[in-house]
Design a protein around this ligand. Sequence first.
Ligand code: FES
Length: 505
Amino acid sequence: MNKSIWKANEKEKYPEKINNDNNFKEKVDICIIGAGITGITCAYELSELGYSINIIEKNEVCSGTTGNTTGKITSQHNAFYDYLINSFDENMAKKYLEANEKAIRKIEERIQKENIDCDFEKLTSYIYTDKNEEIEILEKEYKALNKLGFKSEYVRELDIPFKIEGAIGFKNQAQFNVVKYIKGLLKKIEENNVKIYTHTKATDIEKNGKEYIVKTEKGNIDASIVIIASHYPFLKLQGLYSAKMYQSMSYLIAIETKKELPKGMYISISNPNISIRTAKYEGKEILLVGGGDHKTGKPTTYEESYGRLEEFAKKYYPDAKILKKWNAEDCVSLDKLPYIGQASNFLPNVYVATGYKKWGMTLSNVATGIIVDSIKGKENHYADIFSSLRMKPVKNHEEMKNMIIDSSKGLFINKIKEAEILENELENDCGKIIEIENHKVGIYKNENGKVFAVNPICTHLGCLLTWNQIDKTWDCPCHGSRFRYDGKNICDPAYEDLEILEIEE
Ligand code: FES
């Protein structure tokens, strides 16, 4: 997969540190699983309080959603407040807004305190529509914000190169380079003796009296407290996250243009949407254009993903030179609220933070506040609305249906004949699922004609995978796990690789 502009020039600083001898053992107060913005921010805050901490990360620091974000720091999560008032109530919507506003200030405070150079810029964030039929949605959102007593501005013009019908602006929002920000926090974390083990997969959490054993492929870590900040909780059953969350993929391109760039952050309320912001990259001021969301695992063409963004860029910035393109995966809960707090009723002192629905810059900070307060034994004003133990009726039946379709029982086959593959016409650099003797087989033929065959059954809970021709990956339509063409697991919640099928001559 392609690297984002944030990660493009970064070298991995934390090589694999746990020896592969299976005898590794370490004891800490807190073990954090996942080195994205949530894990690192929790480590930063908690290590300042004197806890001994280690972080285990299955890939590299910021290699997941954090390193592929748009990096917008805002409480404007598209047209969301009318939804919150209607689906819950005013009080709840107010708390959500307040928690996210405070998160912006908290990030700014940390940047100042640690003197972090991360291209942090305060801007106005806008949701807009260029379609007359969507004005009603915008007006309802504006009314909802007024009801909450939040001062937003309703405008009919923006400094973007096309006509809009209307827009709502939130002042004092921000954007930054998230990887530079994380690097600033890491400096302090290291001073506080937090250890970071990358390329180390957590495979299980076992209860040991009042403590926990975090099992990894390379050894165990004993901890009194565990924080699962691994994007999608890897626990298969506890908390039943796989029954209440799915993953959504979106795309971003970075372009260079001589045309004047806009001065704010923008996102359309249409579906699929378009998200715009400026950024600094290799000494230049550039533009990021994002969008094209779809449920992970839904077969998508290049035209529907990057192609749509490129078309937009070329239409409004005819001289646009595309510098980079990449995609991001986000967890979305069925009620659209994150799950933050105790991971399960059966696991006291195990915390989870997930389901940020593409707004992880502020929500990861809301999560940090809730988790840190809980560890300190302090009440948190916002904890109840995000509680990971909430039991609300699932309103979103459409999504529920999406999650259970495409499931398939495990099919066992471990060898296939080359001739059987050759019978199925497949061009070089393409993949698909074929049937051999009633068994499903996932095959990919690389540019040189070499074939890779896998059992296309997701190692999380057994859904049938789909081929993603854009990234050359096997993607799961159930909860969004992803695997490379050769079966290597690259995205949660699955953590085991796909079974590789031997190809006999
Ligand atoms: Fe859950 Fe694939 S991610 S079954």
